[in-house]
Design a protein around this ligand. Sequence first.
Ligand code: URA
Length: 205
Amino acid sequence: AREASYGQGAPTTSEEVEAGVQVCRRCDLWRDATQGVPGEGPRPAPLMFVGEQPGDQEDLAGRPFVGPAGQVFDKALAEAGVSRDQAFVTNAVKHFKHEVRGKRRIHQTPDRGEVTACRWWLDAERRIVRPRVIVMLGATAALGVVGKPTPIGANRGKALQLPDQAQGVVTYHPSFLLRVPDADTKAKAYAEFVEDLRMAGKLAG
Ligand code: URA
């Protein structure tokens, strides 16, 4: 059934996505990853969050946003008054792209070809989840959802109309917030992130 759900028509159920991601050969990232990490959450859901790709811990756990970025995400969601339980959480790319340095696996940003290849799964999740609002966490997520580069700075803080009836909100990636060197800049960006999540929660009703 796993093979049968891959390579034929576009998936129409979460089970097909979950099985299909594990045998996906649409790009080469499966080779070095532990497993594919599909999205999780209710279907349908009013709100969908899209990250970049699984990180080291997500690759091992098979679940999105469970590592350090997930902790920032959970904290900001709580401050914004948005419940993660009522949202579908996924990534633009379903396998962990990294390079090995000694004992560490260092994150690498997926390229445009990889993001485009993985839209097969993201688009299927969008059809299955039918969210009212899609929040794009960072530039890779925005590329996956919108299909073309969408700068965060110029587009955050407002609702964008997406073709599939959903409204889009672009905001920072939680890992970016962890890396901002200057403390004041970091605090400001984090506050804007919480604002964006709160707006998305309101838009989703
Ligand atoms: N960063 C992401 O973009 N997604 C995850 O699932 C974890 C870290």
